[in-house]
Design a protein around this ligand. Structure first.
Ligand code: NAD
Ligand code: DAU
Length: 354
């Protein structure tokens, strides 16, 4: 079968990437969707079992730092565009091991850009590079205000510094080499298939196992939450209709204090698992704060709303209910990802805290 368009999605075996791949494979049967992923601890092909046999999907294992391999795959599939999600994505891990974030997020993105630049030159294919980034590049907010696309960069963790650097490289390739690019900077995602190192799945897993719920500091930090399928929808739209060289902020319009979110989650878990109301809340423990913990993120997403007509479709209540149901129904997935290396990470991160 011949395809009208081919997209290389990096990091497609991870949390957001797997939702992006599923959406693209199912929406565009005439496109070839190639998932390029190193399968680190965060990458899991079990996330894609429902679409893995479709003719318009292929998986290639590899490192974005491996330019020779990346170039050979670009040629093999005659790739027209890249959607780049591969990254080290967890702030706490970046505090423990910042250089692995530099290697993957900074050097990896620069290598991918360079491989794509050379491939475009060799083939004459006028392909687009879409870089998926984070609101954390803007730093932290006080109790008021929102991040806009023109908010100055002010990253405060090794993770956000590495993502900010990668954003700068992408823009530099546009300015210097005329590469067509587009970026988006999104707030906190939640939903099925998220690795249980991140707040919501970690808390769900701990409640299930009767383990304490480690809330950093006083739980007063604020995040804006977006259901992952809404992010995938925005990425699809921006890839196709976003203006060349532009950045789009994506947000969920759902600001919550961590402690309020955790208490809500406890109630939902109590209801769904038949525990006595209030029993999961008893597991909450306030633990040592994250170093350099950003106080608040909040997104002004009027640009994508006005230009492209995107708004979040899933309200937090129904998104959280869907998420909890998914984790409760997918014990095997959770068991698979919380193996030895997860337990080691957990002990190191929380052993002396919770
Ligand atoms: P994730 O950690 O779940 O997945 C990352 C994926 O990248 C994994 O499949 C991993 O195997 C792969 N990967 C890592 N290093 C690689 C390498 N060197 N070569 C090839 N593949 C590699 O991450 P996520 O939460 O799905 O985030 C995806 C992207 O979206 C990241 O760029 C992240 O910065 C960004 N983002 C995430 C959120 C969020 O709330 N999770 C919000 C905004 C932006
Ligand atoms: O804003 C977008 C970013 O959101 C993405 O770029 C990152 O990839 C993603 O990991 C996420 O970063 P956060 O640091 O906000 O997410 P995390 O789930 O780690 O933490 C959410 C909040 O909950 C944060 O204020 C820290 C707090 N927290 C987290 C964990 C894991 C706790 O209180 N206890 C915990 O055990």
């Amino acid at each position: 079968m011949s395809f009208t368009h081919a997209i290389l999605v990096t990091g497609g075996a991870g949390f957001i990437g797997s939702h992006v791949i599923r959406r693209l494979v199912n929406t565009y049967p005439n496109y070839k969707i190639v998932n390029f992923d190193l399968l680190t601890y965060a990458g899991n092909l079990d996330n894609l079992t429902d679409i893995q046999d479709q003719a318009n999907y292929s998986f290639e294992k590899g490192d974005i730092n491996d330019m020779v391999l990346v170039k050979s795959i670009l040629h093999k599939y005659k790739i027209n565009g890249i959607i780049h999600l591969a990254a080290e994505s967890h702030v706490d891990r970046s505090i423990e091991d910042p250089l692995s974030f530099v290697r993957t997020n900074v050097l990896g993105t620069a290598s991918l850009l360079e491989a794509f630049r050379s491939y475009r030159k060799e083939t004459g294919i006028d392909g687009k590079f879409y870089h998926v980034s984070t609101d954390e590049v803007y730093g932290e907010l006080g109790d008021t205000g929102f991040f806009t696309e023109t908010t100055p960069y002010s990253p405060r963790s090794p993770y956000s510094a590495s993502k900010a650097s990668s954003d700068h490289f992408v823009r530099a390739y546009h300015e210097t080499y005329g590469m067509p690019i587009v970026l988006s900077n999104c707030s906190n995602n939640y939903g099925p298939n998220q690795f249980p190192e991140k707040l919501i799945p970690l808390m769900i897993n701990n409640i299930r196992n009767g383990k304490s719920l480690p809330v950093y500091g006083e739980g007063a930090n604020i995040r804006d939450w977006l259901y992952v399928e809404d992010h995938a929808a925005a990425i699809d739209l921006i890839y196709h209709e976003g203006r060349d060289g532009e950045t789009y902020n994506i947000g969920g319009d759902t600001e919550l204090k961590n402690i309020d979110l955790v208490r809500t989650l406890c109630k939902v878990m109590d209801e769904k698992t038949g525990r006595l109301l209030g029993s999961a809340e008893e597991l909450i423990r306030f633990v040592k704060d994250r170093a350099g913990h950003d106080h608040r993120y909040a997104i002004d997403f009027s640009k994508i709303k006005n230009e492209l007509g995107w708004t979040p479709a899933t309200d937090f209540k129904s998104g959280l209910a869907k998420t909890v149901d998914w984790y409760l129904c997918n014990d095997a997935w959770v068991a698979h990802v919380t193996d030895g290396s997860y337990l080691q990470y957990y002990e190191k991160q929380y052993g002396d805290k919770a």
